[in-house]
Write a protein that binds this ligand. Structure first.
Ligand code: ADP
Length: 596
């Protein structure tokens, strides 16, 4: 952290001093009043000279003589803000915050000399007064007007830019502050246009306002808060109060107008920017560089006035057109652009993600719709099967009873058929009912200790008749005595469905194996047969309720056996999976949690 502060201070000092020295260099490359050079055209050097440069301690005035080179010279005096009354040939120059020009009439020259008197004890050496030829004056003034219009226009546009962004995005308060700050800069630049009007008095205060708002914008751009109750100073009311208070103080103590006091306020904004850099706020290096540029340029004026060099016309033109604020304000604008560009990119990424989600959602809806349609079709075919399965035994039984009615001696032969049909119908109705209840979670499971080995043995003995009828060998490999917690009756039903399926779908003389092993806290029970197997396209659907694979091997099935088994196992916190190879056999694996 300390290093970051040091780095920020160093960067600020380097950029501001570099700007300052480049400014000084450029400044001294232009002609200045003292040397008699013109500011624009090196070819017109020495069109005049100054002599008798003198301070009269008795009268407390400065004076010097302006000497033209020859009688034919038409010289023009260009002057800006004056520190005091200036008299030329007893004419008092009218103060202006713009550059004005005064044609030095030939009548005023006595022996090619004019006495210029400064009614001040302050050295007028650096007063913005320039002497040149009429044509150069023309160029100089129009250049100044261009720079002035540029500064005014650019600060005004920046203010409109901030305001229009803020109107769209009122949550970003720094936009409003940027608009206010650049608005104040615009007012400061524009004030010279209103000389002589009612609002001209503002010119004493606006510079300080701009500097105070410069501090505020540094806080706002990085959302830095003042500690405790001081943060109120950064609210709209707080800032207005500070501005009013400073202006009142300026009215009471006019000394505060002095640039040195206002300039010292910049220390606050520099402090805030250094803090922002040390805390790695986004864009802080950009703003500190902008501020260093602005301040470095600004410092050329007072510091070269203190030194022996004078301030050249181009630099004065930049100062008078309030150009020095622009680098910092421009960097603020760049930062705003950067923030918005980042937000725009984020929004673009989000939109793309949203589009992807929408696309996936559409896909899922389509898949769901398709699955629903398939389910409807399956339900429909099941209903048709159920109706068919219910109707067939009824027809058979109707035929049997008709036969018995006509030939009562056939009763013995027809009765087993009627019983068998009745059994199937009962089985189908019971399965349907159980499935419906399981689906609605209406079956209340008994909970008790269930020894799985005994359960498997029971199931095998219950299915032995079916096995023997097809001469199917049922082998077992029971490697542990696991105990699970659950409903023995329902678990037996689930296992029985799996074993019966294995027998049903295995050709006569085939083999079926039931095995049990333990893995951690799970009992793994598998039912393996050497039967017809299940094709890969059917394997995902066999657990669906009502699903039956059309097959020649079909027993009197309901298409509910596996669904019932799965529902029961799942309600015991277990799972059921299948592995099959068409034509070679199938293995159903049941995982059940065990009590250790
Ligand atoms: P079903 O009463 O038709 O047997 P199930 O729900 O028990 O109904 O089985 C669904 C389908 O899964 C059956 O129609 C059958 O085609 C297939 N199937 C189930 N077990 C086996 C197995 N051991 N071998 C081959 N196919 C099987």
């Amino acid at each position: 952290m300390k290093r970051d502060y040091f780095k920020a201070i160093l960067v600020f000092l380097i950029i501001s001093s570099l700007t300052f020295f480049i400014g000084i260099k450029i400044n001294s490359s232009f002609g200045v009043l003292k040397s008699g050079d013109t500011f624009s055209d090196k070819g017109e050097n020495n069109i005049y000279s100054l002599t008798n440069y003198h301070w009269d301690s008795k009268t407390n005035i400065y004076y010097f003589d302006l000497v033209r080179k020859n009688e034919n010279q038409q010289l023009v005096l260009i002057y800006g803000k004056l520190p005091s009354e200036v008299l030329i040939n007893d004419t008092v120059l009218k103060e202006s915050s713009f550059f004005s020009r005064l044609l030095l009439s030939s009548d005023w020259f006595v022996d090619n000399k004019i006495r210029v008197v400064f009614n001040t004890s302050i050295n007028p050496y650096n007063t913005p007064i320039y002497v040149t030829t009429t044509s150069s004056a023309e160029t100089a003034l129009s250049t100044f007007n261009m720079v002035f219009a540029f500064s005014l226009g650019i600060t005004f546009l920046m203010s409109i830019y901030g305001l229009s962004l803020y109107r769209r995005k009122q949550t970003e308060k720094y936009l409003l502050w940027f608009a206010i700050y650049t608005g104040a800069l615009t007012l400061w630049s524009a004030l010279p246009l209103f000389v002589g009007t009612g609002i001209n008095f503002l010119r004493h205060y606006v510079f300080a306002w701009c500097v105070i708002l410069d501090i505020v914008i540094c806080f706002k751009m990085f959302d830095i808060k003042l500690p405790g109750g001081f943060n109120i100073l950064l609210s709209i009311r707080g800032v207005i109060s500070v501005l009013v208070l400073w202006s009142i103080m300026e009215s009471i103590f006019p000394k505060l107008h002095s640039e040195i006091y206002v300039y010292s306020l910049f220390l606050f904004s520099i402090g805030v920017l250094i803090y922002a850099c040390a805390n790695r706020r986004k864009g802080s290096w950009l703003l500190i560089s902008g501020h260093a540029l602005s301040l470095g340029l600004r410092m050329v004026i007072p510091l070269s006035s203190l030194s022996s060099s004078s301030v050249s016309y181009p630099l004065r033109a930049l100062q008078f057109s309030k150009f020095f604020n622009i680098p910092f304000a421009f960097c603020c604008m760049l930062l705003i652009n950067h923030i918005f560009a980042e937000k725009f990119t984020e929004a673009e990424i989000l939109t793309k993600e949203l589009e992807q989600i929408n696309h996936n959602l559409d896909k899922k809806v389509m898949e769901g719709k398709q699955a629903l349609q398939e389910q409807m079709t399956r339900r429909h075919s099941l209903m048709m099967n159920i109706f068919h399965d219910l109707r067939t035994p009824l027809f058979v039984m109707q035929g049997c009873t008709q036969k018995i009615t006509e030939q009562p001696e056939l009763l013995g032969a027809e009765l087993p058929i009627i019983r068998e049909r009745l059994d199937f119908t009962k089985h189908l109705v019971e399965d349907l009912f159980l499935m419906a209840k399981l689906e609605d979670k209406q079956v209340i499971l008994e909970t008790d200790r269930v020894p799985i080995t005994d359960l498997i043995k029971n199931v095998i003995s219950a299915c032995s008749i079916e096995g023997e009828s097809k001469n199917i060998y049922i082998g077992t490999e029971l490697k542990c005595d696991c105990i699970t917690w659950g409903d023995e009756y329902r678990l037996k039903q689930a296992f029985q469905n799996l074993l019966l399926n294995a027998i049903y779908y295995t050709k006569p003389n085939g083999k079926v194996y039931v095995s049990l092993k333990k893995e951690r806290n799970t009992a793994i029970i598998s039912f393996t047969d050497t039967g017809i197997g299940i094709s890969p396209q059917d394997i995902d659907k066999i657990f669906d309720r009502y699903y039956r694979i059309s097959s020649k091997e079909k027993h009197q099935s309901t298409g509910l056996g596996l669904s019932i088994a799965q529902e029961i196992i799942q309600q015991h916190q277990g799972s059921i999976s299948v592995d099959s190879q068409l034509g070679f056999g199938t293995t159903f694996i049941v995982d059940l949690p065990i009590i250790t």
